[in-house]
Write a protein that binds this ligand. Structure first.
Ligand code: HEC
Ligand code: HEC
Length: 408
């Protein structure tokens, strides 16, 4: 369950470096990512990019996630497959020997799954590569006789004798303030700062707003870095947007797994509806979580430090919109939600996104997390809230398409 710190900060660094330049390059090339104002239909990868052959027919969010899957599976950086990624000369569309090989592998994986597993996605890049460019061929004695590392399956099956999903969710509702109080929770408005991971993404002013039952937005404003722009994730109950100014595609409408994920994230902001968010609920074997964000201190405000304290957790899994798989981890002791791990689908494997919740405090009788860590294949944002208000009016515009960037 541990994020490999080195690896993540690395890929984040290169994505950021590559992206800063890419934004400039796209602007000058006139390859506008601008979309018609009232656009309702998210664009597909081949409508936005120039040289898409193997991964056609998927949305931009899903496409960018497949790049993350490839980088993670081979422990590669964008620049390992793309000419001059990380410099002003970057040419994403140009083919390289590794890019051509990766494309071949996309087709190979699809064929393996089709001919052997009835089209179920049993083999992915990760199945063979596991952090290496060349997969291992032979088992080592260390693997035979060393300490085993146990990694649970993505998909949990209900094991008889465990507390039911229903009872774990009931305990959560109780721990959060009780059904009655939660039913009266209509909006949440938090303010705080973002804490950098390996020096990235830190130092921003954060605004987090949510409106029942299913609207949520996170807005991070980086005041110190003029050229950076705001980072925004918004979902209005139907349409989702993301703006990550230093990324390859500056801003786009969600349409794939990230849209389904945004919906679940928004709904989970309101614990009172927890039983209605997911279907096919089941509880898996309890486990431990040891890598939650540290409690707030001066040191942890400077850096995204993890806390080596273990929590025994009860695990519930269910199905979200369009088959999104969502696993929730509840603290056995307090009953509160510590982690949401969700998997979107992509043509080359599941796309994990993990959101950790910590530092729960009482706000008008309801327990809300003041520390939130959002980790995806392209990076990690850690948010530390200093205040949360409930049931205050929230401007609807915050959940919609981000306003055009103002030059500062
Ligand atoms: C293992 C090799 C590999 C890695 C690592 C990789 N890519 Fe790619 N990338 C590809 C392949 C293959 C394609 C073409 C996909 C197709 O043909 O459908 C592609 C296409 C793209 C495109 C579309 C370019 C165009 O205009 O056609 C972008 C943008 C892109 N990648 C960004 C990234 C970013 C950002 C990263 C780092 C997070 C990354 N890639 C990492 C292999 C890779
Ligand atoms: C069935 C096992 C298997 C799967 C699944 C698999 N690969 Fe590979 N891949 C290999 C092997 C084996 C090699 C080494 C081939 C060689 O050295 O000639 C390789 C090599 C590569 C290379 C070249 C690395 C280099 O630097 O030389 C790339 C890029 C690559 N794979 C990408 C992918 C991607 C992307 C996926 C998922 C879409 C994937 N592979 C899935 C077995 C696999």
């Amino acid at each position: 369950m541990r994020l490999d710190r080195q690896k993540t900060s690395w890929s984040r660094r290169s994505i950021f470096a590559a992206a800063r330049i890419a934004v400039a390059a796209l602007a000058t090339a006139g390859l506008a990512m601008a979309q018609p104002a009232a656009q309702e239909k998210p664009l597909l990868a081949e409508q936005v990019f120039k040289n898409i052959q193997a991964l056609r027919g998927i949305t931009v969010d899903d496409f960018m996630q497949t790049m993350g899957i490839m980088a993670a599976a081979l422990q590669f950086d964008c620049s390992d497959c793309h000419v001059d990624a990380g410099t002003s000369e970057v040419n994403w569309a140009a083919d390289t020997p590794r890019k051509i090989m990766a494309r071949r592998m996309v087709n190979m994986v699809a064929t393996i799954n089709k001919t052997n597993f009835g089209g179920r996605q049993m083999v992915t890049c990760w199945t063979c590569h596991r952090n290496r460019d060349k997969p291992l061929v032979t088992p080592t004695m260390d693997i035979m006789y060393g300490m085993p590392t146990i990694v649970p399956d993505d998909i949990l099956v209900q094991i008889p004798g465990l507390p039911s999903a229903e009872s774990i969710l009931d305990k959560y509702v109780q721990a959060s303030g009780g059904a009655q109080r939660l039913a009266g929770l209509t909006s949440i408005a938090g303010k705080g700062t973002s804490v950098g991971f390996g020096g990235f993404g830190g130092g921003g002013d954060v605004e987090l707003v949510a409106k029942a039952p299913d609207k949520r937005a996170t807005i991070i404003v980086f005041k110190k870095e003029i050229d950076r722009g705001d980072e925004i994730r918004a979902y209005d109950g139907r349409i989702g947007w993301v703006r990550t100014p230093l990324n390859v595609v500056g801003e786009f409408q969600l349409g794939g797994g990230d849209l389904d994920g945004a919906r679940v994230d928004a709904q989970l902001s309101f614990p009172g509806q927890i039983k209605r968010i997911l279907t096919n609920l089941r509880s898996g074997p309890p486990t431990t979580i040891t890598d939650l964000p540290a409690p707030i201190s001066q040191a942890s405000l400077q850096q995204d430090v993890t806390l080596e304290q273990s929590h025994t957790v009860d695990v519930v899994q269910g199905t979200g919109p369009r088959g999104l798989i969502v696993t929730l981890y509840f603290d056995r002791q307090t009953g509160l939600l510590l982690r949401e791990l969700r998997y979107g689908a992509s043509p080359i494997g599941r796309v994990p996104t993990q959101i950790d919740f910590a530092d729960y405090r009482d706000v008008n009788g309801i327990k809300l997390p003041f520390r939130i860590t959002y980790a995806w294949l392209g990076g990690r944002d850690s948010i530390v809230l200093s205040e949360i208000k409930t049931n205050v009016p929230v401007d609807e515009a915050k959940f919609g398409k981000p306003a055009p960037l103002k030059p500062r």
